[in-house]
Design a protein around this ligand. Structure first.
Ligand code: PLZ
Length: 450
């Protein structure tokens, strides 16, 4: 429970949108100039205001502007930024030891996070976990485990998928620019099949039929007995917040079970209360063989995990998995506090409340303007897909213009999608109702003003 000394979320920052300079302001602009000669041009930023403070539903920049946060640093600060319990746990942990390496002299925090992951991920079977630093690393390791455990090599991924930026995960990711362009050659034995994307399905297929379409390609072009793993985001993230039609994920999972392939759910963006369930797989009762996690799990500290069936996870020889920093003790302390906060505040309910507020507002502006072809998502993982009115042709220019207008007005939103025409909403789950409505008002006014 939340004690009187430790409030559940950071409320000491005024929960308001307040612009005191142009966006970006003079201090941000000065840092940005230094950045341009210090930081690689290959690392881009959505909105170059430099962060000084953040908590609840706001980000305060170095010029003193207070912005509404509808991004959570890409679905990370679900418990709120600098969440008090996370901060307290980090402070306590860092004073004891900063690192010993779990592969040298281990520590209990890592074991406790593994226990939590084993408890919270879907399914009541015996599970094991291993911890890493980033989402990409978790996905890489899930593929390693699946290949070793099955003795097979092929990995099936989907159109619009995003799984990371390392060499293997670039190959798993669908979109060429900016993620893959010029960075090849890519890892082999990766096969891409069609996703269930209801708004754009060329054949208008439901979930089960879309799964059959994918399975038919797997059977004929790869061979069922060659497949080590089918890897899918239960709700796709960077690819456009694509929610597969009901029945798609269960059918894929069943095919994996009957074919001896490992079903891997990449829950890095969709996990930890984001969609109103602990994991997006829970929605249809899908029990993946392996689950990858990161982002929301540790309240902003870098931590990632692979959790799955004990027999798969334990198939790996001792020393086959690891990494110097994987499961860093401070990140583990943060994760335990973040997960406790999620339970204390019932952030699954909070995500559903956000959906209940935001979806009608987005649907109204969609009907009024004709510029949004599809409003979709679940919980606090919501999106509007922009189209040329009267068609389903993607309109990335309008999505970009709307995002830019939001930024100028002090509302942090992100775009995504294979066609770059989707605005996604990922507010901290502790955002106040008024602030959320104000942020959505800025967004919908920007759509109307186009
Ligand atoms: N799997 C489903 O969403 C990270 C990427 C931002 P890392 N998504 C944000 C960017 O442009 O780099 C992500 C994800 C899913 C894997 C990853 C990769 O996680 O922690 O960024 O490596």
């Amino acid at each position: 429970m939340t004690t009187a000394e430790t409030p559940a979320y950071r409320s000491d920052l005024p929960q308001q949108r307040k612009l005191v300079t142009a966006i970006p302001g003079p201090k941000s602009t000065a840092i940005h100039q230094r950045r341009s000669v210090a930081v690689s041009a290959g690392v881009a930023s959505t909105l170059p205001v430099y962060t000084a403070d953040a908590g609840g539903g706001v980000i305060v920049d170095v010029d003193g502007n207070s912005l509404i946060d509808l991004a959570s640093g890409i679905a990370v600060t679900s418990v709120g930024n600098a969440a008090p319990k996370v901060v307290a746990a980090v402070r306590e942990s860092v004073g004891h030891f900063t690192h010993s390496c779990f592969m040298v002299t281990p520590y209990d925090g890592y074991v406790q996070v593994a226990e939590k992951l084993n408890e919270l991920t879907p399914g009541s079977h015996a599970k094991r976990s291993a911890l890493f630093n980033s989402g990409s690393e978790a996905v890489e390791n899930a593929v390693k485990i699946a290949r070793l455990a099955t003795g097979r090599t092929a990995v099936v991924v989907f159109d619009h998928a995003y799984h990371g930026r390392t060499n293997l995960t670039m190959a798993l990711t669908a979109k060429a620019a900016p993620y893959k362009k010029g960075f090849g050659p890519f890892a082999g034995e990766i096969y891409r099949v069609p996703m269930s994307y209801p708004f754009r399905d060329p054949d208008g297929l439901g979930g089960k039929e879309a799964a059959e379409r994918a399975i038919s390609i797997i059977n004929t072009q790869i061979g069922a007995d060659q497949v080590a793993a089918v890897l899918v985001e239960p709700i796709q993230g960077e690819g456009g917040f694509v929610v597969p039609a009901d029945g798609f994920l269960p059918a894929l999972s069943q095919w994996c079970t009957s074919s001896g392939a490992v079903f891997i759910a990449d829950e890095i963006q969709s996990g930890f209360c984001r969609t109103g369930d602990w994991f997006a797989s829970d929605h249809e009762g899908v029990v993946p063989d392996l689950v990858t996690t990161a982002k929301g799990m540790a309240g902003g500290l870098p931590l990632a995990g692979v959790t799955g069936r004990a027999e798969l996870m334990d198939a790996v020889h001792g020393g086959g998995l690891g990494g110097t920093y994987g499961g860093n003790p401070i990140a583990c302390a943060a994760a335990l506090a973040a997960i406790e906060t999620m339970a204390d505040l019932d952030l699954n309910a909070a995500a559903k409340r956000i959906e209940g507020t935001a979806v009608p507002i987005l649907q109204t502006v969609a009907e009024q303007t004709g510029r949004i072809g599809d409003v979709r998502g679940r919980g606090a993982m919501l999106a509007a897909e922009f189209v040329i009115p009267g068609t389903t042709d993607p309109d990335p220019a309008v999505a970009a213009a709307v995002a830019k207008a939001c930024h100028a007005q002090g509302v942090v939103v992100l775009t995504c999608g294979t066609f770059g025409n989707v605005i996604r909403l990922l507010p901290p789950l502790v955002i106040g109702e008024q602030l959320l409505v104000e942020g959505l008002g800025v967004l919908t006014d920007a759509v109307r003003a186009i």
